[in-house]
Every structure is written in structure tokens, then in C-alpha cells.
Design a protein around this ligand. Structure first.
Ligand code: SAM
Length: 294
């Protein structure tokens, strides 16, 4: 596949009669230095790779040169059709025309890969960034690393330390799985059309696998961060945890009764989650399991 440039992206869009769809987060990478750097930062050489949203193939082309096997999932039927033709000769590349959030990742992994580790590498559509990240982290597959382009503010949240303005539920949930780090910042001029925001590439080495325990922790974090203005104790009581058990767990961990979840590290929240594992009396009325803690 030919390498993508701004001129080429514009030419393909006009030849095919495509207009970039804002609602699908279609800001295409047009700087080859960035796609090369992402592939390098991800260590994609000879690896199994899943890409979300291949678009016009800026990253896909580079990934297909490096990867052992590449599976790319694109929701847009027009872009999918274009890429299918462009990559017709690449037998180690599979393209799937589907919404990634409706894709059963475990099933996709089983049907496409050989049981060895896989990487998620993507320039993510910004309207579903954190949902996609959590969708992969909670899938029971041997995910070794993710390297994703996200909005700069989301990168800051992913990597934030407790007690800072950027720290929240998303930080605590993602930091359960490993230590996210920003590997590069990317200016709006590297995309067509230019997004209104700056971007950053975040790398996460995955140290914990998904399973019952991680799902329990994620539900616990959602409860802890459900209402920003409330204390941790109040949020947990609202979610149905026994008040005495919560106060005891906080005391044992030397945490002030007035503390808010925003001041606690992912590790501390894990300790509390384990101590309170069987102390939820009823489902609280306001904590939805799908609350995304953004
Ligand atoms: N990878 C390309 C690049 O870097 O130039 C395109 C990235 S663009 C930011 C995001 C891509 O994700 C678009 O191609 C868009 O159509 C696709 N997309 C948006 N929502 C999606 C979804 N729910 N499932 C799969 N792909 C999606």
C-alpha cells in the first residue's frame, strides 16, 4: 500500500466522493513521521496487531509492513470498501466492517489469532476513546500492550497522579492494568481535517489480565467516583456498601473519612475494593454499571 500524504488523502476523498464524518471522529493522519513513530513505539514488528478505525490506511499501511498478522475494524462502510481493495494483496491483513464497541473482542481474537500475544494500536476516534480502551482492557485476551492516539486531555487523564485536576475514575481504572505513559504529542496539522484539539500517543504495557477481579474493581471505581462532590464514604454508601464496613476499611488503610476518591491512587482503591468485596448489601439506586467515569 502506498504511503499516505495530505495530498493523497484529499485526492482519495474527492475521487471516492467521501467527506470526513465528524460524528465518526474522522481526522486522518497525514504525516508519515507520526505513523512511523507509532509503529516503532508500539514494537509492532512481527506481532499480532488489532487496529481500531483504519480509515484510509495511514497507520494500517505501516502496520501491515511490520505485523505478523493485522486485524483492522472499521465502522464506515465506504472507507472499509476502499481499504479492502487497497490491501487486497496483503494476506496477513483482515479487515472487518463493524462497530468496535459492538464487537466481541474475545471472539474476534479466537477467530483471527493463534493464541499468542496481541497489541492494540490505533488512532482512536475521539468520541469513544475511553469506551474503546476499557472494552479492550476488560476483554479476556492476551493483550500485551496498547498504543493509542487520543486527545491530549484524555492522555493527561490516563497518566494523571491522584490529587491532580486531571485524575479521575478513568485514571484509576486504566492504572489498575499498568502504567500509562505519553510517548509523543501530536499537533493538529498532522491530520486532515485538522482537529480542534491537540493529540497525544499513550502507551500502556498491560500487567494484569482481565477477569472477575478486574471487573469487580472497575465496578468499585465507578461507585467511588459516581458523584464528584461527594466523599468516598457517601458514594460507597449510595452504591449499597455497608457504612460500618466502609469506615472500618478506611480506618485500616489510614484514609480520612472525608477523603474523596480523587485523592486515592489506583493501588489504594484496589486495597479498599478487596476489603469491601463482600460488603455490598444492595445495588445502590444511582450507580449505573455503565457509568463511564469520564
Ligand atoms: N487510522 C486512520 C488514521 O490514522 O488516519 C483513521 C483514524 S480516525 C481518527 C478514526 C477512525 O475510526 C475513522 O476511520 C472512523 O471511521 C473509525 N471509527 C469511528 N467509530 C468507530 C467504531 N465505533 N468502530 C470502528 N471504527 C470506528
Amino acid at each position: 500500500m502506498e504511503h499516505i500524504t495530505a495530498t493523497k488523502v484529499k485526492a482519495i476523498l474527492s475521487q471516492k466522493g467521501f467527506s470526513p464524518l465528524k460524528q465518526l471522529g474522522q481526522n486522518f493522519l497525514v504525516d508519515e513521521n507520526i505513523t512511523t513513530a507509532i509503529v516503532k513505539a508500539a514494537g509492532a514488528q512481527e506481532q499480532n496487531v488489532i487496529e481500531v478505525g483504519p480509515g484510509l490506511g495511514a497507520l494500517t499501511g505501516k502496520l501491515s509492513e511490520a505485523a505478523k498478522k493485522l486485524v483492522a475494524v472499521e465502522i464506515d462502510r465506504g472507507l472499509f470498501g476502499y481499504l479492502k481493495e487497497a490491501l487486497a494483496n496483503e494476506r496477513h491483513v483482515a479487515l472487518i466492517n463493524q462497530d468496535i464497541l459492538k464487537t466481541d473482542i474475545e471472539d474476534l481474537y479466537k477467530t483471527q489469532f493463534d493464541g499468542t500475544d496481541v497489541l492494540l494500536i490505533a488512532n482512536l476516534p475521539y468520541y469513544i476513546t475511553s469506551a474503546v480502551i476499557m472494552h479492550f482492557l476488560l476483554a479476556d485476551i492476551p493483550l500485551k500492550r496498547m498504543v493509542v492516539m487520543v486527545q491530549k486531555e484524555v492522555a493527561e487523564r490516563l497518566c494523571a497522579q491522584p490529587g491532580t485536576a486531571a485524575y479521575g475514575g478513568l485514571s484509576a481504572m486504566v492504572q489498575y492494568f499498568g502504567r500509562p505513559e505519553t510517548v509523543m504529542k501530536v499537533a493538529p496539522g498532522c491530520f486532515y481535517p485538522r482537529p480542534d484539539v491537540e493529540s497525544a500517543v499513550v502507551r500502556l504495557e498491560i500487567e494484569k489480565t482481565a477477569g472477575e477481579e478486574s471487573r469487580r474493581f472497575i465496578a468499585f471505581v465507578k461507585a467511588c467516583f459516581a458523584m464528584k462532590r461527594k466523599t468516598l464514604v457517601n458514594n460507597l454508601i449510595k452504591a449499597g456498601y455497608d457504612k460500618t464496613a466502609v469506615l472500618t476499611a478506611l480506618g485500616q488503610a489510614n484514609i480520612d473519612e472525608m477523603a474523596r476518591a480523587e485523592s486515592l491512587s489506583s493501588e489504594t482503591l484496589q486495597i479498599l475494593s478487596a476489603r469491601l468485596a463482600d460488603k455490598r448489601q444492595s445495588m445502590g439506586s444511582t450507580v449505573s454499571e455503565t457509568h463511564d467515569c469520564e
